[in-house]
Design a protein around this ligand. Structure first.
Ligand SMILES: Nc1ncnc2c1ncn2[C@@H]1O[C@H](COP(=O)(O)OP(=O)(O)OP(=O)(O)O)[C@@H](O)[C@H]1O
Length: 758
């Protein structure tokens, strides 16, 4: 930064002294300064606010030039303020300080800017290079334990691989070693991966290192691809790809038609969540009879499950989950067929074993039972897919099912600095359900993980982007950065800040963007109708928030034409409503016009409290979704709304960002900054990693804290593993954000990292 650092400036008619600026206003003044709205209290030239992680906020001249007079002025103010002896007088048209008593307008409360902290490091030793001396096998460099994992061929083997310990290297080299050094028939080896991306990478590496053509005959793929082939081979017609239900929207068509039997609202019922629940039941082998619904929502999902299976069978169709379940049933019911496959496959290598689900596990056990040649590689500390039916107890209890199994632990971390590794070790060591192990790093970089303390989610995004800019100016490349967050919605602010910057980035986002989410869309529809009472898209959402059947929409449109009135006014003319609904509408219709006169946050309050939205939120807000609740979405929307002075400005921002979000959905660029949830980051590595929202309720997520209070520790342990996965993605720098406020309420640092903080 060129120029001087100043502590005071002018914004509108206000004289701002940074040491006394209310903490929640830094973001506002920062944004105002970007738009040239903050000026020097001494020379009136535009000022910018530095708002970053590494230094306290300060003003500097936008032209980066040296303004000596302004510096003197700022220093005088600072000294006088420190001695609490400041009054102001006008000098040459400028408001200048002079000695005397404290002025009337002197703010007294110091702003609570909290400087960053470096993690306290434990005393874990750094493993010396000699102990991990590299050996080469088939020209691949391996350390002692990697070598052991590669060359131990006979009998069941569990390779417990810590983060960054070279799982991929071990699995591929093992396959090569078996084929090329042990002369094992490649056609008898099955290598199973968790994702098709991982399968491709394995195949690529095998081809690269293989000296013969043998690797082409090895079967390498995901569970789905391999077991589907078995099904297809058993009955080409029955399992023809044309019968596959490929897309969720196809499944939704079935369950929506079943939902109509229950009178479930097509737009409002969370059918996506119901599909996830059905898939969970299927993958955990829970038959429809065994499921004991505990809530109305589960009852509804179970009904949809039964109907879905009936409709699917009637059409002779199958889905992705069936590929495994039906294959399991096929082999169980046909011992001869099973024997054929057992004869064909003798060796099984499985990646990401910690995320295996019961169906997958049973299939593997069944196929490998005759040879016991099962080698599984995984890290129980990285098991993060319980919601899909994955169960870390399979890796934890491997020895129970395979008593003669050998266990090799890969504890050398080749990815991250010692500082990051020992912090991650200390976090995960608090989990009770795990194999005890600690990773050893290979190098030190004197850069412990850093904790920083933004005021809220908005300022968090600003601090991250500005810190990135500094690193980019110092030579880092955009593709070396990842920003990780617990849920998709927690990535909204950083997405918006980057979209407004010139830094290239990509975002991994499935499903709806924040503004398309049900509760957010519903609430924004009120604001839109407030601005334009004839907004035809908004009226549809408001009607559903008021529990008015969509069939009344035509009547409403007709009324608006025949009575020459707006859609909002026509609401009062609807006849098909219950008397209590009519009374409610009569009460709230006049309020629409008032919305645009309020500040956005106040307008949101009015919609929720006075205009019936809270009823909608209560009934529909949290249905079937413990992870991303509608009520939380509204809190997030409030945090955003606080940034704007008018409803029109807020809506303009929403429109702009919705368009940007659509645009970015298509973009994939490995050379850009990567934004993604922690789940998506598994298996990946980046030079610089930022973890957002490291507060209780964020990570660990609220739902896990709830379960913990009720005595169930499993979810909180899985959340701790998520923190561990996030931390271990970083190679050389890890910055963890601990916002002081989250969703408008005071937050406390995540219980996972408190031990690392001073
Ligand atoms: N023996 C070795 N010597 C040097 N580098 C190695 C060695 N083994 C692995 N690596 C490197 O360490 C990094 C981490 O390896 P890899 O991504 O395979 O780890 P992983 O066990 O799959 O990690 P995670 O489970 O955390 O995703 C890679 O960059 C890899 O090339």
């Amino acid at each position: 930064m060129g120029g001087l650092s100043l502590i005071c400036g002018k914004f509108k008619d206000e004289f701002i002294q940074l040491p006394y600026l209310a903490r929640e206003r830094f973001q506002q003044i920062y944004e105002a300064s970007l738009h040239g709205k903050v000026t020097c209290a001494c020379c009136n030239q535009p000022l910018k606010l530095y708002l970053g992680i590494k230094q306290k906020p300060y003003f500097y001249h936008a032209d980066h030039a040296v303004h000596e007079q302004c510096e003197q002025y700022s220093e005088t103010i600072q000294q006088a303020a420190a001695s609490k002896e400041i009054v102001y007088k006008e000098t040459n048209g400028f408001r200048m300080p002079s000695q005397g008593a404290i002025g009337e307008d002197q703010p007294k409360k110091e702003s609570a800017w909290k400087p960053y902290q470096l993690a306290k490091l434990g005393s874990a030793p750094l493993r010396s290079k000699e102990k991990t001396a590299a050996k080469s096998i088939l020209e691949v460099k391996l350390d002692d334990t990697q070598l052991e994992a590669v060359t131990t061929i006979d009998g069941p083997l569990l390779v417990l691989a810590g983060a960054g310990s070279g799982k991929t290297r071990v699995l591929t080299t093992r396959a090569l070693y078996m084929m090329e050094e042990q002369q094992i028939n490649p056609g008898s080896i099955m290598l199973v991966t968790f994702t098709s991306k991982a399968a491709q990478e394995m195949k690529h590496r095998l081809n690269e290192y293989s000296t013969s053509q043998a690797s082409g005959r090895l079967v390498c793929g995901t569970f789905h691809s391999i077991f589907y082939k078995i099904l297809l081979h058993s009955d080409q017609e029955r399992w023809n790809g044309q019968h596959l239900i490929k897309w969720d929207w196809q499944k939704e068509q079935y369950i929506k038609s079943a939902g109509r039997e229950l009178g479930l609202d097509e737009k409002e019922f969370p059918y996506d969540q119901a599909l996830q629940q059905i898939s969970f039941w299927k993958n955990t082998f829970l038959s429809k009879r065994e499921i004991k619904p505990e809530t109305e929502w589960e009852e509804q999902a179970l009904f949809l499950y039964e109907k879905y299976e009936e409709m699917k069978s009637a059409q002779n169709q199958f889905d992705f989950d069936d590929m495994l379940i039906k294959c399991y049933e096929l082999l169980l019911e046909n011992p001869n067929l099973l024997a054929q496959y057992q004869k064909r496959f003798r060796y099984f290598l499985v990646d990401e074993f910690q995320d295996i689900n019961p169906v997958q596990y049973e299939l593997l056990k069944m196929l490998s039972s005759h040879t016991n040649q099962l080698c599984v590689v995984g890290d129980d500390d990285q098991s993060i897919y319980a919601f899909r039916g994955s169960d870390p107890s399979f890796i934890l209890n491997f020895k129970n099912d395979f008593p003669d199994a050998k266990i090799v632990t890969l504890a050398e971390n080749y990815r991250s600095s010692h500082e990051i590794v020992s912090s991650a070790n200390s976090v995960i060591s608090k989990n009770k359900q795990r194999h005890q192990k600690a990773m050893n790093a290979q190098y030190q970089n004197e850069a412990p993980p850093l904790f920083f303390f933004p005021h809220d989610e908005e300022e968090e995004a600003t601090l991250v982007v500005n810190d990135m800019k500094e690193k980019l100016e110092n030579g880092a490349k955009p593709g070396e950065f990842a920003v990780l967050y617990r849920t998709h919605t927690a990535g909204r602010a950083i997405f918006e800040r980057l979209a407004q910057s010139s830094i290239p980035f990509t975002i991994e986002q499935e499903g709806l963007s924040f503004y398309e989410r049900r509760m957010v869309k519903g609430l924004l529809a009120y604001l839109r109708l407030g601005m334009n009472p004839d907004d035809s898209a908004a009226i549809v959402h408001v009607m559903s928030a008021l529990f008015i059947k969509q069939s009344a929409l035509n009547d409403l449109k007709a009324f608006s034409i025949t009575h020459d009135c707006t859609f909002v006014e026509a609401l009062t003319k609807l006849e098909s409503l219950q008397p209590f609904q009519k009374a409610k509408i009569k009460r709230i219709v006049p309020m629409f016009a008032k919305l645009k006169t309020l500040k956005p946050a106040a307008a949101i309050d009015m919609i929720e409290k006075d205009m019936g939205f809270s009823d909608f939120l209560k009934k529909r807000g949290n249905e079937g979704n413990a992870i991303e609740k509608g009520s939380d979405d509204l809190k997030d929307l409030r945090v955003l709304a606080n940034k704007f002075d008018t409803v029109a400005e807020l809506l303009e921002h929403v429109e702009h960002m919705t368009a940007k979000s659509k645009e970015w959905k298509q973009k994939r660029d490995p050379h850009a900054v990567q934004l993604m949830t922690v789940h998506r980051a598994k298996g990946l590595e980046y030079e610089h990693v930022y973890i957002l929202g490291a507060v209780d309720g964020g990570l660990p997520h609220d739902f896990a804290l709830d379960s913990f209070r009720k005595g169930d520790e499993k979810p909180i342990e899985e959340e701790r593993r998520l923190m561990y996965v996030a931390m271990t993605r970083a190679k050389s720098s890890l910055s963890v954000s601990v916002p002081q406020y989250r969703r408008g309420r005071k937050a406390i640092p995540s219980r996972f990292i408190r031990g690392l903080m001073v």
